[in-house]
Design a protein around this ligand. Structure first.
Ligand SMILES: [Zn+2]
Length: 522
C-alpha cells in the first residue's frame, strides 16, 4: 500500500510522515490536482487528508478524501484521479470561517496556554512570518507565541485580533508545526481591548496598567508622597493605608537568599507609583474573568509595566507582585521596567553589571511570589543580555519580540526588490520625526546609510545599522497604511506580494535572526 493509500484509509491519524514520504505524496497529489503542496503540512484524520497548497498566487487549505469531506469547511469541491483512485478535493480559501473550522479539526493549529515554560513571543505585523519563526523555534527550547500583537500595533497596521489569530493558525498549519503555540493579546489598556481579543480566542492576556503608574513619585519629596499615599483608592485595593504599612514595614522582605527593604519613604513611593496600577490591573482581570466563556480552557495573564519612564526597583516589583497576589491575581509572567534602555530593534543600552545585579533580584522576587516568568519586553535584538537572562532565570523567562520580524521582512525585500526597499526607506526617513514620538528610540536619520550611496547588493546593511533599524522599526504603521494618489496602498500590497513571491528569502532571514534570540536559551 502506498503512502497516499495509508493516508486515505479510514483509520489514518497521521500528524507527521518521514520527509521523503511526505514529499512523494505532495508530488503525486499535487501533479494530479495541479497544485503546489507544502509537504510539511500534510496530515490525515479519519480518511481525510489536509494540506496547504497554492496555485499561482492563490492559497488553499486542501482537503482530500475517497468519500465525504468534513462539512464545516467551505470551498470549491471537485473530483480527480490519483493513480488508480478517484478522490474528492475541497479547495478552501484561508477565510476566517475556515480558520475556525481548522482549529476545531486540528487542535495543534489552535493556541494553548503557555504556563511556566520558558518562551518567546514572535510578533508578526505582516501575518506572513510564522513559517519563518517555526524554522527557528524547531532548533531551540523556547515555547513559541506566534499570535501576538498589541492593540497599538493592530491599530497602526489596520489589522484585527481575529486576523492576527487566523494568520498564526495558517502559518502553523502550513509549516507543519505540531508543537503547540501561545496567543498573546499584548499591552491591553482597557476592558474594550480585552473584549476584542477575547472574541478572537487569545489565551494569554498582557495587562498594561502603565497609564496608571505615577512616574513622578520617584522625585517627589517624602511629605508629598505621604499625602498622596493616604489618598490612594484604598477601597479598590481592598485594604487600608495602615494595613499596607504593617505588611511591609514590620518585617524584612526575604526572597530566596536576598533581603529587600522598604523604609517608610520608599514604601510610600512604591505605593504611590504603582498603587493605582495595581487597582487598574485588578479591574481588568476581574472583567476578563467575568466575560470568559465557561466552556473555554483557562486564560493566563501577564502584567507589564515596562513602558514607563522610570525603572522598577526590585523592592517595587515585590510590592506590585505581592499586592496582586493578595488580590488573587496569579500572572504567568511580569514585565518590570528594567534599568538601562530597552530601545526598539537594537541591543541593550546600559551597564550590563548593573542590569545583572537587578535582574537577579527580579528573578528572586518572581520565584518567591509566583513562581512566574520575568518577561523581557522590547526583547528583540538584546543580544548582550540573553546569556545573563538565561543563566539567572532558568525556565522562568519570556522574551517578547514585536517589530524585529518586520525588519527581517524588509531585509528580504532589500534583497529581492531593491527599488521597493529604497522607496520604503525614503518614506520612512521622512516620517521618522513624527513616528518616533511614541517610542523609546534615539536614532538620528542623518546617521542612516545613504541609500543612494549603496549598491543594491549592499542595501541590507541599512538593517545592520543602529539608526537604520530604528527608523524602519517605528515607521511600520505609516509604511503599511500609506495611500497612493488613487486611494490604494502605496507600499502594503507590493510588500506583501514580494514576500509571498520570495518566501524562501523571507523565511531564511527570519530563521537566521530568530536563532540568535533562541540559541542563548539552550
Ligand atoms: Zn512592552
Amino acid at each position: 500500500m502506498g503512502a497516499l493509500d495509508t493516508l486515505l484509509s479510514p483509520s489514518g491519524q497521521i500528524d507527521a510522515m518521514p520527509p521523503a514520504q511526505a514529499e512523494a505524496v505532495a508530488t503525486e497529489l499535487g501533479s494530479a490536482a495541479g497544485l503546489a503542496i507544502a509537504s510539511a503540512s500534510i496530515v490525515a484524520r479519519d480518511g481525510v487528508i489536509g494540506c496547504w497548497a497554492h496555485r499561482g498566487p492563490d492559497t488553499f487549505l486542501t482537503l482530500v478524501s475517497l468519500g465525504h469531506l468534513p462539512l464545516q469547511f467551505s470551498g470549491s469541491p471537485w473530483t480527480t484521479r490519483v493513480g488508480t483512485q478517484v478522490v474528492t478535493l475541497l479547495l478552501c480559501p484561508p477565510t476566517h470561517a475556515n480558520a475556525v473550522a481548522l482549529r476545531a479539526w486540528l487542535p495543534f493549529t489552535a493556541p494553548q496556554a503557555v504556563g511556566l515554560r520558558k518562551s518567546i513571543g514572535c510578533g508578526d505585523r505582516l501575518g506572513l512570518a510564522t513559517p519563518g519563526h517555526v524554522r527557528a523555534v524547531r532548533q531551540g527550547q523556547l515555547f513559541p507565541i506566534f499570535a501576538q500583537q498589541s492593540i497599538r500595533e493592530m491599530t497602526r497596521t489596520g489589522r484585527t485580533p481575529m486576523e492576527v489569530m487566523d494568520d498564526a493558525t495558517w502559518g502553523v498549519f502550513r509549516a507543519g508545526w505540531r508543537g503547540g503555540f501561545g496567543a498573546d493579546a499584548d499591552h491591553l489598556k482597557t476592558t474594550d481591548d480585552i473584549d476584542r481579543c477575547l472574541e478572537a480566542g487569545f489565551v494569554l492576556y498582557t495587562i498594561d496598567p502603565g497609564d496608571h503608574v505615577q512616574d513622578d513619585a520617584d522625585t517627589a519629596p517624602p511629605d508629598a508622597l505621604r499625602a498622596r499615599f493616604e489618598q490612594l483608592p484604598w477601597a479598590d485595593l481592598e485594604t487600608t493605608s495602615q494595613d499596607v504599612q504593617r505588611r511591609y514595614l514590620d518585617r524584612p522582605l526575604e526572597v530566596g537568599d536576598i533581603r529587600l527593604t522598604l523604609d517608610e519613604a520608599s514604601l510610600w513611593r512604591a505605593a504611590v507609583k504603582y498603587g493605582r496600577a495595581v487597582a487598574h490591573t485588578v479591574r481588568m482581570v476581574r472583567h476578563l474573568a467575568a466575560c470568559w466563556p465557561a466552556d473555554a480552557p483557562p486564560w493566563e495573564l501577564e502584567v507589564s509595566v515596562d513602558e514607563t519612564a522610570s525603572p522598577t526597583t526590585p523592592a517595587e516589583h515585590y510590592f506590585v507582585a505581592n499586592e496582586l497576589r493578595r488580590l488573587g491575581i496569579r500572572p504567568v509572567s511580569l514585565a518590570p521596567r528594567f534599568v538601562g534602555r530597552f530601545e526598539k530593534g537594537v541591543d541593550y543600552l546600559g551597564d550590563l553589571a548593573e542590569f545583572e545585579a537587578q535582574f537577579r533580584q527580579h528573578v528572586a522576587v518572581a520565584q518567591a511570589l509566583g513562581p512566574y516568568k520575568i518577561s523581557l519586553h522590547s526583547g528583540s535584538d538584546k543580544f548582550s543580555i540573553y546569556p545573563i537572562a538565561a543563566r539567572l532565570a532558568g525556565e522562568l523567562v519570556h522574551v517578547k519580540t514585536a517589530g524585529t520580524s518586520y525588519l527581517e521582512a524588509l531585509r528580504a525585500v532589500a534583497q529581492v526588490e531593491p527599488p521597493l526597499f529604497r522607496e520604503i526607506l525614503g518614506f520612512a526617513l521622512a516620517r521618522y520625526p513624527i513616528d518616533r514620538q511614541s517610542y523609546h528610540v534615539s536614532a538620528e536619520p542623518a546617521r542612516v546609510p545613504d541609500p543612494d550611496g549603496l549598491t543594491d547588493g549592499d542595501l541590507g546593511t541599512v538593517l545592520d545599522s543602529f539608526d537604520g533599524r530604528q527608523v524602519l522599526h517605528v515607521t511600520f504603521g505609516s509604511v503599511l497604511t500609506a495611500r497612493d494618489e488613487h486611494g490604494g496602498y502605496r507600499f502594503r500590497d507590493r510588500l506583501l506580494a514580494a514576500l509571498r513571491e520570495h518566501e524562501e528569502a523571507h523565511y531564511a532571514a527570519l530563521e537566521r535572526h530568530f536563532l540568535r534570540h533562541i540559541a542563548p536559551f539552550g
